[in-house]
Design a protein around this ligand. Structure first.
Ligand code: DAK
Length: 263
């Protein structure tokens, strides 16, 4: 499907969705949110996609937040619709059954950082910058920033960013634990793709089980999380990929995971 505000490409099991409103630094307007929601639906229904990568068009921005032109026109009732639409997209992203990497190539501000944090992890170009500037607009984050950021970096560091709205560099974001890897600007996508292809070559059922167990385990006590792990571990043995992985080891060959969801 063709989109106005996104570019979608797929190669070797890795789909890349590029936010594409360069004149507005890829800010999130209603059209982009609607198209992103549709693109995520298509990812869920396409078994050939094993890993998703999100990035922004141009060298300047991943996503510079919600579109402030639209924000300025909100009243309370319109804000409710805006909240509902935005949250359902972020939840859909966070709950995708495949790994998602945010390749942050520039500004990741406000809703842009919130999208990146809803991915499984973040790679950033050295020129990228991060922040939750909502406080400067007299509002607060609405796509999970008050919840995901403290869970990621602890309440003290998160509150400082949330209360001041200041921007931090890619290197500072790595030091705080927001970003896994910082790359040279020109090599970001190569490094992200190498990581994505590595994951895409693994068993789909096991990847899904790890993602769900880690994510759900973070909001329960350790004993409950360990029980989830036990169930997910057992479930993996229903997959052809588990048989292939163990057989390949014993036969001293490289595993060829097909990624099927059933035996
Ligand atoms: N919205 C609309 N246009 C934007 C934009 C944005 N967020 N960010 C940049 N642009 C536009 C600029 O207006 C400019 O357009 P023209 O003037 O050329 O037409 C163009 O992009 C280039 O920007 P600059 O000229 O400003 O470029 P600079 O390099 O000088 O500065 C910057 C880059 C990223 C530092 C600056 O553009 C900036 O501060 N942008 C705004 C960042 C920001 O505050 N983002 C919004 C955060 S608030 C909600 C859920 C979520 C949210 C809200 C509600 N609910 C559930 C209700 C989310 C809120 C946010 O994300």
């Amino acid at each position: 499907m063709a989109y106005n505000t996104l570019v979608v490409t797929t190669a070797q099991g890795v789909q890349t969705i590029t936010f594409n409103r360069p004149k507005a630094l890829n800010a999130l307007n209603s059209e982009l949110l609607n198209e992103f929601s549709q693109a995520l639906e298509e990812v869920v229904s396409n078994e050939a996609v094993r890993v998703l990568v999100l990035t922004g068009t141009g060298g300047k921005a991943f996503v510079a937040g919600a579109d402030i032109n639209e924000l300025a026109r909100l009243d309370t009732l319109k804000a409710k619709v805006f909240i509902h639409r935005g949250l359902s997209v972020i939840n859909k992203l966070a709950e995708l059954p495949i790994p998602v990497i945010a390749a942050v190539n520039g500004f990741a501000l406000g809703g842009g950082l919130e999208i990146a944090m809803a991915c499984d992890f973040i790679y950033a170009a050295e020129n990228a910058s991060f922040g939750q500037p909502e406080i400067k607009l007299g509002i607060i984050p609405g796509y999970g920033g008050t919840q995901r950021l403290p869970r990621m970096i602890g309440p003290g560091a998160a509150k400082e960013l949330l209360y001041t709205g200041k921007m931090i560099s890619a290197e500072e974001a790595r030091r705080l634990g927001i970003v896994n890897t910082v790359t040279a600007a020109g090599t970001l996508m190569d490094e992200v793709m190498a990581c994505a292809r590595e994951m895409a070559s693994k068993g789909r059922v096991a990847l899904r089980a790890i993602k769900q167990t880690v994510n759900q385990g973070l909001s329960v006590d350790l004993a409950s999380g360990l029980r989830m792990e036990t169930d997910a571990f057992a479930l993996c043995f229903a997959s052809a990929d588990a048989k292939e992985g163990t057989a390949a080891f014993l036969e001293k060959r490289k595993a060829d995971f097909k990624g099927g969801l059933t035996d």
